[in-house]
Write a protein that binds this ligand. Structure first.
Ligand code: PGA
Length: 253
């Protein structure tokens, strides 16, 4: 089953208007220049830039995503943003359960699952993130931790059409360190097995599992040519048009 690769940029808390729009316009122009790209592209700017970036992407095959959402559609939740608000301004994706949110905001699998259900109801596709800490890796718990995160944070409403999984070892994020290609393939294959048990073989075989954590132009080919790796979630390198596009090109987009 051919899965179309997803090249996703997670801008995190980066970008004021001028540099954010320059980045979006640069990516839009490069993706247009690809003609018929073999991959799907996604950018996830901070909330403050979503509307403006949407305009800058006009006419380019680049989807827009947010980096989080609440599980309610509206109401008394000061500082939060609902899935409906995101679809309303043109988002088609939302990242959920990034390790930085799990750590900074104490997000549990249960909460992430609730958010995902609500995001799906609003018509958003979710990128649900999982990944082990260094301590968990060193004590041989990687597959166990990732399996539990999948079981707890991926809802029954997940299908290959509305859900993407991102495996991001916490210790590889923003550090320049990466697992070996074999390690990544082993985790992705194990995750697909868990997805198969949870959502059925059909969904699991079609669902995209991205790798994230210090993806760069120089290592993209190695990771993205693995059989169970269906794209990348890119942080630091997604903030430069050349690096983001070089990752895509080196991945066969
Ligand atoms: P990085 O971040 O590419 O800067 O390591 C990836 C992520 O956190 O999504």
């Amino acid at each position: 089953m051919a899965r179309k690769k997803l090249i996703a940029g997670n801008w995190k808390m980066n970008g004021l208007t001028a540099d954010g729009l320059a980045l979006a316009k640069g990516i839009a122009a490069e993706v247009k220049a690809l003609g018929k790209p073999q991959c799907e592209f996604l950018v996830c700017p901070p909330f403050t830039l979503l509307s403006a970036v949407k305009k800058s992407l006009r006419g380019a095959k680049v989807a827009l995503g947010a980096q989080d959402c609440h599980y309610d559609s509206k109401g008394a939740h000061t500082g939060d943003v609902s899935p409906l608000m995101l679809t309303d301004i043109g988002c088609s994706y939302v990242i959920l359960g990034h390790s930085e949110r799990r750590a900074d905001h104490g997000e549990s699998n249960e909460l992430i699952c609730k958010k995902a259900i609500s995001a799906h109801q609003a018509g958003l596709k979710t990128v649900i993130c999982i990944g082990e800490t260094l301590e968990e890796r060193d004590s041989g718990q990687t597959i166990d931790v990732c399996s539990k995160q999948i079981l707890g944070s991926v809802p029954e409403s997940a299908t290959a059409a509305n859900t993407v999984i991102a495996y991001e070892p916490v210790w590889a994020i923003g550090t320049g360190k990466t697992p070996t290609a074999q390690d990544v393939e082993d985790v992705h294959a194990a995750v697909r097995k868990v997805l198969s048990k949870k959502l059925g073989k059909g969904n699991a075989n079609k669902m995209r599992i991205l790798y994230g954590g210090s993806v760069k132009p120089s290592n993209a080919r190695e990771f993205l040519s693995l059989p169970d790796v269906d794209g990348a979630l890119i942080g630091g390198a997604s903030l430069k048009v050349e690096d983001f596009m070089a990752i895509a090109k080196n991945s066969g987009c």
